[in-house]
Design a protein around this ligand. Structure first.
Ligand code: FAD
Length: 377
């Protein structure tokens, strides 16, 4: 039985808020979605490359692994419930290995994951180079192939989730939440919007905060007893679209992780996305972009010759002193799901499933039997 007696407000329209609003509505909740329009200079989810590094994570156990594994399973079950044709997606991820010391560890990881039902496989250097000469590098040792990981284009994903939420009757207000207070059994939100039709206050029985870095100012406005301390820092990421006329005709085996950098084939011939830098703070440095574009001095000829056709950047929210992401019940009916750092697109479904469980909404029948998220910790 749901523990909330009335509407649930979901705050934020990045990957986490969008999946949460859609999923809660699917579970039967009456959802009011506070989703500011425009992305501002701090674009989070729209800057993401949408890489889903789930099974290939090096985490062997613990919360991070459970959330990743559940998210991969949920993405594969939930995407068909959306309009899958409108979300460009690629399944299968190759993590290249250039360190001789890493080979045994990655092979052991593949064996362990296979034992857990996750189909990871090791590919030798020769197997890779026979098919994809573009991967040539003198120190290439081999690669970890993860067929159930992949990549989703975040822009179309968010647009499709918004349409899906609307079809499920979610009421969406293009507003900023400027205040939040308990009021009896309910929560009272103060809203600021340029749209005169938008209400200035809302009363709801539960609030799910998915505001990324916006959590800090929102929590600061709360009653000090509830406020607690959930500090986050911003970590900037730069990414680019490349035109690579010298890329060998076989291309890449799908999305590739090459010395920690993601290379994602685009539908347009010879085009790739490359990302992302990890730059503490909110200022980008040209040096970091250059280093990434050159794979820190190890780029093959075809990548050295690539032209940047478009570049962008965004901020990630990284929890301070706690592991990412923050999934917490701050007070009865007040949930915080933020601080997803480098994996907000990947972890959005496990986050939404956790939220629905906390609020007492069971998964709808057609989705029952799905990976359950036992706890946020
Ligand atoms: C370059 C780059 C590449 C990345 N690549 C990947 C990747 O490949 N895979 C992956 O999984 N992750 C990736 N990430 C990380 C991912 O983008 C983040 O983890 C994710 O965007 C977090 O989503 P979110 O919904 O929590 O936050 P955001 O996307 O930041 O959304 C927050 C939302 O809350 C709203 N908001 C804030 N304050 C308020 C308020 N007071 N009232 C109302 N609304 C408010 C904002 O307007 C926004 O809509 C990448 C990030 C960057 C920068």
């Amino acid at each position: 039985m749901p523990i909330c007696h009335g509407p649930v407000a979901v705050v934020g329209a990045g990957g986490v808020g969008s999946v949460t609003a859609w999923w809660l509505a699917r579970c039967g909740a009456q959802v009011v979605w506070i989703a500011p329009q425009g992305t501002g200079p701090q674009r989070g989810s729209l800057a993401a490359l949408g890489v889903l590094m789930g099974h290939c994570s090096r985490r062997l156990r613990g919360r991070s692994w459970r959330l990743r594994r559940a998210s991969i399973a949920l993405w594969r079950q939930w995407l068909p419930l959306l309009d899958p044709n409108s979300i460009p997606q690629q399944w299968g991820l190759m993590v290249l290995c250039h360190q001789p010391d890493d080979v045994e560890q990655l092979q052991a990881l593949a064996r362990q994951r296979q034992g857990e039902g996750c189909p990871l496989a090791w590919r030798t250097r020769d197997q890779l180079l026979n098919h994809w000469p573009a991967l040539a590098a003198t120190d290439l040792q081999g690669g970890l192939w993860s067929p159930q990981d992949g990549q989703l284009d975040p822009g179309p994903l968010l647009a499709t989730l918004a349409m899906g939420a609307e079809r499920l009757g979610v009421q969406r207000w293009p507003a900023q939440v400027t205040g939040l207070k308990p009021s009896g059994q309910d929560w009272r939100l103060q809203l600021q919007a340029s749209d005169p039709d938008c209400p200035t206050t809302l009363s709801v029985s539960a609030v799910v905060l998915c505001p990324g870095l916006g959590a800090g100012p929102l929590l600061a406005a709360l009653d000090p007893a509830i406020q607690l301390n959930w500090p986050m820092s911003s970590v900037l990421g730069q990414a680019a679209e490349l035109h690579c006329p010298m890329l060998p005709p076989q291309g890449l085996p799908g999305p590739v992780v090459w010395r920690g950098v993601h290379l994602i084939p685009r539908p347009q011939r010879h085009h790739l996305w490359i990302g992302a830098t990890v730059e503490p703070g909110d200022r980008s440095q040209a040096r970091c972009l250059d280093q990434m574009l050159q794979l820190d001095g190890a780029a093959p000829g075809w990548l050295q010759e690539a032209q940047v056709v478009r570049r962008w950047q965004g901020l990630r929210a990284r929890p301070i002193g706690r592991p990412a992401p923050l999934l917490a019940t701050l007070a009865p009916g007040l949930l915080l799901t933020s601080g997803h750092y480098r994996n907000g697109i990947l972890l959005a479904p496990a986050t939404a499933a956790w939220t629905a469980q906390q609020l007492g909404f069971p998964a709808p029948e057609e989705c029952s039997g799905q990976s359950s998220i036992r706890d946020g910790n």
